[in-house]
Design a protein around this ligand. Structure first.
Ligand code: ADP
Ligand code: MG
Length: 697
């Protein structure tokens, strides 16, 4: 290798600033084979050299490497294959702002690894043996295409092959391709994240799994795009990585100034803070105070705990919204993604090829290699994943959700890829009932196409019914129209120059849909609380939760009474109480927090786990869709139908007679209709014509 322009300068720099590190590297070589240099050291040493690195990395990096490899060591050791990695590069460029001016410059890209291929060897210098004269020709393989010798280098031979590639004589390097995507928190207003491909080699390979947050420092390169018609004049760009920095802090991107911190603390001391926060969640959506309160708790979340046996208990609160269409479920989800310091929105229906969790695929990106791709729950690691239309999820997603929700990891074992990705996120799901509208006499699990085992992993489940209610309907209608009215005025003021609408008019009308706390400061409030507040439950709070839980369990005592709640609910109670304390930035979860928790939990249980007939708690309603008393009623009505049918030919029972006899058995007409409808759907009943039914079997 020829001496580079900067070799001597680098030798001085390395000796002066990195002597100890070099000695250590020499000791551990070749297990360790790279020296990590902080850019700011280089800047202090020689500003011009540092600038040169950013401007001409292809000259400067090889120089630094050369200098390191040739440095005089006081011990008997060699660093002949060591390299230099530069970190903490100031030129951090958002992926969407990359332009042609950045080509061949040294830049830093921050984001989240979305895809990672297998690690495979790549030839750096290929050795070709001429099969006629056995001479070996070496050809460096710098580009994207494999270059073969034009003719044998041996002058007396000079034939155009054939050649064999000698693996042993060639120089290989480990190579991997990554795709890095903009972090969700850096996206403005729900725009689609953009991504950049990265080539990583040597010591850098094999560390970054999908979902990892990274800063990759490297040189931006381009290759001509080839299409089916041949080469096109457009370039594809990729980053040739020099170093990777791993980030594992929750909210490093959100900077909170001392003034903002002061404002946050002031807000937290307001006795009305809970109301303020609830009123700041989706203010354009009318009502749903209880759901918004739960959503607020989800934003703040409980405390994740690490036990001595190495296990981890999640602190994230999973919430499911089930209900009729058109009642603002999707809107709530979208707003939550906006409010969460880190939010990812996905739909069960249209989730990309990577689905909700993760998949291993063989595609163009990996040039035929296997690629591991992260789905929404991995991308939302340490944030909130809002998944709409969960009833339309794919089967594979459903099965991996169990692990993703409880252990908060996602294991992939496919095609030799064995990986565990992290999904430490809170899941906010929404689901529509199968038959369009919610049927209160049928189990939720069945209606939204989700197994009971999966449903039980949600800490809170809300059922939203669109039942006509004159008073409420009017209020919603007024609220929606007011929001539109304010919007119209604001648009007219902005777009029509001579309008008579003033800013004061607009501000006045906007008040109804104004969040009490601005989303930007709310985001920081949440980030601040999650980072700085770790509540511990007080004695009486603990006792209160245990009592509450035991009380619910007691309802399940007795010979064949239904079991009301499971231990999962107790864990949920603890998490919610912790979140409640976090909202007011308190490190103590008090009795008040415990009371808020049981109030919310009770209102949920009332919707999902109550026998519509008796009003008693019964998780069977949730799981099998049929409560104990309903099962009994179905039995009664079946007997009635059999009875009536036996009096008629062909086993056909006239509906009218069935209703009359059912009423005699204390099942009113409306209820009997519901039960019959249900049995018809499950295939237990046939309806040969409008007025007759027949029992199957
Ligand atoms: P879903 O996902 O439940 O089917 P959407 O979120 O798509 O429903 O909501 C449908 C529309 O109805 C949205 O524009 C929403 O703003 C409006 N809407 C429904 N309920 C309310 C409400 N309570 N307050 C304000 N707007 C509402
Ligand atoms: Mg929807």
């Amino acid at each position: 290798m020829s001496a580079g322009k900067w070799d001597e300068k680098f030798k001085v720099f390395l000796k002066k600033y990195y002597w100890d590190e070099i000695l250590q590297l020499a000791n551990e070589y070749p297990d360790q084979r790279s020296l990590i240099v902080d850019f700011s050291d280089l800047e202090i040493f020689d500003r011009k050299l540092a600038d040169e690195l950013l401007e001409n990395p292809d000259d400067v990096i090889p120089s630094a490497k050369q200098a390191l490899q040739q440095i005089d060591l006081p011990i008997e050791a060699s660093l002949d294959d060591a390299s230099v990695q530069f970190i903490k590069i100031p030129n951090k460029i958002p992926i969407r702002d990359l332009r042609s001016a950045h080509l061949l410059k040294f830049i830093a890209i921050e984001g989240m690894v979305r895809k990672a291929t297998d690690v495979r060897p790549k030839i750096l210098i290929a050795a070709f043996k001429c099969l006629r004269c056995e001479n070996i020709t070496y050809i460096p393989q710098a580009g994207m295409k494999f270059i073969e010798p034009y003719e044998c280098e041996n002058e007396t031979c000079g034939k155009k092959g054939p050649f064999d590639v000698l693996v042993k004589e060639s120089t290989q390097i480990d190579a991997q391709r990554l795709q890095v995507q903009e972090s969700p928190e850096n996206l403005k207003g729900g725009s689609q994240p953009q991504s950049l491909d990265m080539d990583v080699e040597g010591v850098l390979v094999g560390h970054a799994t999908p979902g990892t947050r990274v800063i990759v420092n490297g040189t931006l390169r381009s290759i001509l795009r080839t299409t089916r018609e041949g080469k096109s004049p457009f370039y594809d760009i990729f980053l040739h990585a020099n170093s990777i920095e791993y980030i594992d802090t929750e909210f490093n991107e959100l900077e909170i100034t001392p003034e903002e911190e002061e404002e946050i603390i002031k807000l937290s001391r307001d006795p009305e803070i809970y109301t303020h926060i609830i009123k700041s969640i989706a203010p354009s959506i009318y009502g749903y105070e209880d759901i918004k309160e739960a959503l607020a708790l989800q934003l703040f979340s409980g405390v994740a705990k690490h036990l001595p046996d190495g296990s981890r208990i999640r602190g994230d609160i999973h919430i499911l919204l089930v209900g009729d269409p058109g009642i603002a479920k999707s809107q709530l989800l979208r707003y939550m993604v906006k409010l969460a310091p880190r939010g990812v929105f996905a739909s069960g229906k249209s989730a990309s090829s990577s689905g909700l969790t993760a998949t291993a695929v063989k595609d163009d990106f990996g040039d035929g290699r296997w690629t591991l791709e992260a789905g929404a729950l991995v991308m939302a690691d340490m944030g909130i994943a809002a998944v709409d239309e969960m009833d339309k999820m794919r089967k594979e997603d459903k099965s991996s959700l169990h692990e993703a929700m409880e252990q908060q990891t996602i294991s992939v074992a496919k095609a030799g890829i064995l990986a565990t990705l992290r999904s430490r996120c809170a899941l906010l799901g929404a689901a529509n009932p199968k038959y369009g509208r919610f049927d209160r006499y049928e189990g939720i699990a069945q209606q939204i196409n989700m197994e009971p085992a999966l449903m039980s992993r949600f800490d809170l489940i809300f059922v939203l019914l669109d039942t006509p209610d004159k008073e409420r309907d009017l209020k919603i209608a007024e609220h929606i129209v007011k929001a539109h009215h304010a919007g119209e005025m604001s648009e007219q003021r902005m777009l029509i120059p001579g309008t008579t609408i003033t800013q004061e008019d607009v501000d006045l009308k906007m008040q109804v849909v104004m969040p009490q706390i601005e989303p930007e400061i709310m985001k920081k409030y949440i980030a601040y609380a999650k980072k700085n507040v770790v509540p511990v439950l007080e004695e009486d709070a603990r006792k209160y939760l245990i009592d509450f839980y035991m009380n619910l369990r007691i309802q399940g005592e007795g010979k064949d009474a239904p079991v009301p709640v499971t231990a999962r609910q107790l864990e949920a109670l603890v998490r919610i109480a912790e979140a409640s304390a976090r909202i007011r930035l308190s490190n103590v979860a008090t009795l008040e927090d415990a009371k808020r928790t049981t109030r919310i939990t009770l209102s949920c249980l009332k919707q999902v786990g109550v026998d519509p007939d008796t009003g008693a708690f019964d998780v069977d309603v949730l799981t099998s869709g049929t409560s104990k008393s309903q099962r009994a009623k179905i039995k009664i009505i079946k007997d009635v139908i059999r009875n009536v049918a036996s009096r008629h030919s062909g086993g056909k029972a006239p509906l009218e007679e069935v209703y009359i006899e059912a009423e005699a058995e204390q099942i009113d007409r409306e209820h009997a209709e519901k039960l019959i409808e249900k049995m018809r759907r499950t295939g237990d009943l046939l309806m040969p014509d409008e007025n007759h039914i027949r029992i199957v079997l």
